[in-house]
Ligand binder design. Structure first.
Ligand SMILES: [Zn+2]
Length: 171
C-alpha cells in the first residue's frame, strides 16, 4: 500500500540524517513500500545512518543512507528521496546473492522479452508467490538462486545466449 504520507498536506519531517522526504518519491515507491525496520533478526537495534558507516567513512550514491543493525553486519539501503527501505536487512551472503541474481532477471525486460511489470508477474508465478512479495529485496538466498535459475532457463528456452554479467547477446 502506498505510504499515506504521500497524500498528507503537512510538511514531511525527515528522520535524521535524511535532509528531506519527497512525496513524489513516496508515490513512486507506491505499493512496494516496506515498513521501516527497527529490529534486526539477530535481536539488535536498527538505526538510520549515512552509508559512510558501512563504507569506511565514504558516502556512496545520490541518497547515501542505510538502515543498519547496531549488533551485526546486516543493512539495507533506501529508496531514493525517501525513508523507505529497499528490502529487508541483509548480511553479506544475502546481499551478494541479491546482487548477483537480480541482473539476469533485469535482462528479461531490458532486452524487451516482456515489460518490467510483466516480468515481475512471470517471476511471481514461477516462484509461486504473490506479486507484492516478488522483490529481490525481500528474497532470501534460496529464492535468489531459484529466480536466477528460472531466468537462465528462460534464456535457454528462448535460444538467447546472454552474458549475464555484461548483458551482451551472443549469436
Ligand atoms: Zn543484527
Amino acid at each position: 500500500m502506498t505510504d499515506t504520507r504521500a497524500f498528507s498536506k503537512e510538511k514531511l519531517i525527515p528522520q535524521s540524517p535524511l535532509p528531506y522526504i519527497s512525496r513524489k518519491a513516496l508515490k513512486r515507491v507506491g505499493d512496494d513500500a516496506l515498513p521501516i525496520p527497527t529490529k534486526c533478526e539477530c535481536g539488535g537495534k536498527v538505526i538510520l545512518s549515512k552509508n559512510s558507516v558501512i563504507y569506511n567513512g565514504k558516502e556512496y550514491g545520490d541518497w547515501p543512507f542505510v538502515y543498519h543493525c547496531t549488533c551485526c553486519d546486516r543493512y539495507v539501503g533506501l529508496h531514493p528521496n525517501t525513508d523507505i527501505p529497499l528490502g529487508t536487512l541483509a548480511d553479506k551472503c544475502l546481499r551478494d546473492a541479491r546482487k548477483s541474481c537480480k541482473p539476469p532477471f533485469n535482462k528479461i525486460w531490458q532486452l524487451g522479452f516482456m515489460s518490467r511489470d510483466e516480468a515481475y508477474i512471470w517471476l511471481a508465478n514461477k516462484l509461486d508467490i504473490d506479486k507484492t512479495k516478488c522483490h529481490f529485496g525481500l528474497f532470501d538466498e534460496n529464492m535468489c538462486e531459484k529466480a536466477r535459475t528460472l531466468c537462465e532457463d528462460f534464456f535457454t528456452k528462448n535460444k538467447v545466449k546472454v552474458n549475464l554479467r555484461t548483458g551482451e547477446i551472443h549469436a
